[in-house]
Design a protein. Structure first.
Length: 479
RNA sequence: GCUCCCAUCGUCUAGUGGCCUAGGACGUCGCCCUCUCACGGCGAAAACAGGGGUUCGAGUCCCCUUGGGAGUGCCA
């Protein structure tokens, strides 16, 4: 089907900061529609505002998109590299009469706005430089560099058939003549978007619903140019957990912050796709399933809150089931970030398998695995007081003897040693396992004791058990 | 102010006029499992913002109210 295979969507952030969670979801939705229909996805950098755009932000956006695995099917487009094209179109519009020069100064405009607000009217340009048949314009002042305004229709309505909102109607009488080129000649957002979407054959515009009010203006520009507007899908914004707009204080974090918190990119995508979209009762989706099932009919039109708890849960599901080769590099990244030397410790895959059921994030996993790659810095005070009691010294010693005699360092054999020590003394397993745990981990939490010792290795295990015996003896002598 | 949008458990949502005494998931609480922490299993509490219509029948359609949000820039 030609129509659907030629679908092109785009994600068009302005590089004024990192890729945040809302942008990431918009990008994902946009990517998904394209892939769903065998189309292509484009990344476009909207950097016409040179004051606020930075290279760091551009890099941060690429880094985020890259981490999430949302690749552009085209070379990314930069609006600042298209200024010649914008100028060309503006000249054409001036020529055709669909745009005109306006010589109002900023002061004049401010005054106009203030007066209108004072009269409780909607602030808008009054069209004083707009050419009309039979109207005489004032003589252009020669000390004011003009801006270019779009000559918006004054009659009729603009109808948007939004893919998620349904029909939205705007009265042209509500719109005014927006500026499409600044006094310095640089084009503005609403204009560039239209030219770009047009030139790049974008068929579906997926963006935040803060843009719905721009849409009728953009449609009008399209029509003035003789182009056909794309389909629009305005997705609601993502709110913080308290229901207010995302701010730096709560959650307006870059996606890379979520990496630092220990999220897997696939989990992030899965959480995001379910935020505002649903497919029946399904919670977990592989990327292929997302692509096969995503549709705008089931995108919610009300804003949703970012729920960290649910995000953790999704991440945990991925941690438990994701192929090891996906998890290892991310886990390694965290361990190295903690400054650990991995060479003397157990293999990462084994650690992940032992830890993944009890960790919701990779960061948590790294913290809980710290004892495997570095010497103990001491015992948790409470745990030591509870489990490293004078009578346990003998138990640990007995275990040292048994473990030393083991021909091979295998989990099953270790397990039997621990059980034997417990049975010989008619102790419950917990009475033996917990002291061991504190002795080798430093605290009373770790994977099953045989696995813990297995991972730690014979040398470190024996050394730590002996150190614990010494610790207990020293302490009891002091009393 | 004006324009536009939104409204089901605490949260994400199912629901497209009868299948709804409203389902699932996260979280919460209880029980079970258990060498710790977890995983897992079982169970519980928990919602259609309010008011009018339309209809034999409304969470689902319409209107109003209330409450949220966005826009109203020579920002994007």
């Amino acid at each position: 089907m030609t129509a659907s295979s030629s679908i092109i969507t785009r994600f068009a952030p302005s590089p004024t900061g990192f890729l945040h969670i809302g942008g990431a979801r918009t990008a994902l939705f946009s990517y998904l529609v394209a892939k769903r229909h065998g189309g292509r996805f484009l990344l476009r950098i909207e950097d016409t505002d040179r004051e606020r755009s930075t290279q760091e932000a551009v890099d941060a956006i690429f880094e985020g998109m890259d981490w999430l695995g949302l690749a552009s099917d085209f070379d990314p487009v930069y609006q600042t590299q298209r200024f010649d094209r914008y100028r060309e179109v503006i000249a054409q519009m001036l020529e055709a009469g669909t745009a005109y020069y306006c010589y109002c100064t900023r002061e004049e405009l401010d005054q106009m706005r203030n007066e209108q607000m004072a009269r409780k009217q909607k602030p808008r340009y009054d069209g004083r430089w707009r050419p009309e048949p039979g109207k005489t314009l004032p003589p252009p002042p020669d000390d004011v560099p003009p801006v270019v305004r779009f000559r918006n229709p004054t009659e009729g309505k603009v109808v948007i058939n939004d893919l998620v909102r349904g029909q939205i109607v705007f009265d042209n009488g509500e719109l005014d003549d927006l500026i499409i080129a600044r006094a310095d000649g640089t084009p503005t957002y609403n204009f560039c978007v239209v030219i770009d979407d047009w030139d790049m054959n974008v068929t579906h515009v997926v963006r935040g619903d803060d843009h719905v009010n721009n849409t009728p203006r953009q449609i009008n520009i399209f029509q003035a140019l003789g182009g056909t507007p794309p389909h629009y899908a305005h997705v609601p914004m993502i709110l913080g957990s308290d229901g207010t707009k995302l701010s730096k204080r709560h959650g307006a974090l870059g996606v890379m912050e979520y990496r630092a918190m220990g999220f897997l990119p696939e989990a992030m995508l899965n959480y995001l796709v379910r935020l505002g979209w649903s497919h029946g009762d399904q919670e977990l989706f592989t990327r292929d399933e997302m692509i096969a099932k995503f549709d705008f009919d089931h995108v919610s039109s009300s804003p949703s809150r970012f729920d960290m708890e649910k995000a953790y849960w999704v991440n945990h599901q991925y941690l438990k089931t994701a192929p090891l080769e996906k998890v290892v590099p991310e886990f390694e990244w965290h361990l190295q970030r903690m400054g650990l030397d991995l060479s003397g410790g157990p293999g990462l895959e084994d650690v992940i398998v032992a830890q993944r059921e009890r960790c919701r994030t990779l960061l948590e996993m790294a913290e809980k695995s710290h004892f495997l790659y570095a010497e103990l810095s001491g015992y948790d005070e409470k745990d030591a007081a509870k489990h490293l009691k004078p009578e346990t010294a003998e138990v640990l010693e007995a275990l040292v003897t048994k473990l030393s005699a083991l021909p091979e360092w295998q989990a099953e054999a270790i397990h039997q040693c621990v059980h034997a020590v417990a049975e010989e003394r008619e102790l419950k397993l917990g009475k033996v396992a917990q002291p061991i745990r504190v002795a080798v981990v430093g605290m009373a939490v770790s994977p099953p004791i045989d696995q813990t010792l297995m991972l730690l290795g014979r040398t470190r295990t024996l050394a730590r058990l002996e150190a614990a015996v010494e610790h207990i003896r020293n302490r009891s002598e002091q009393h």
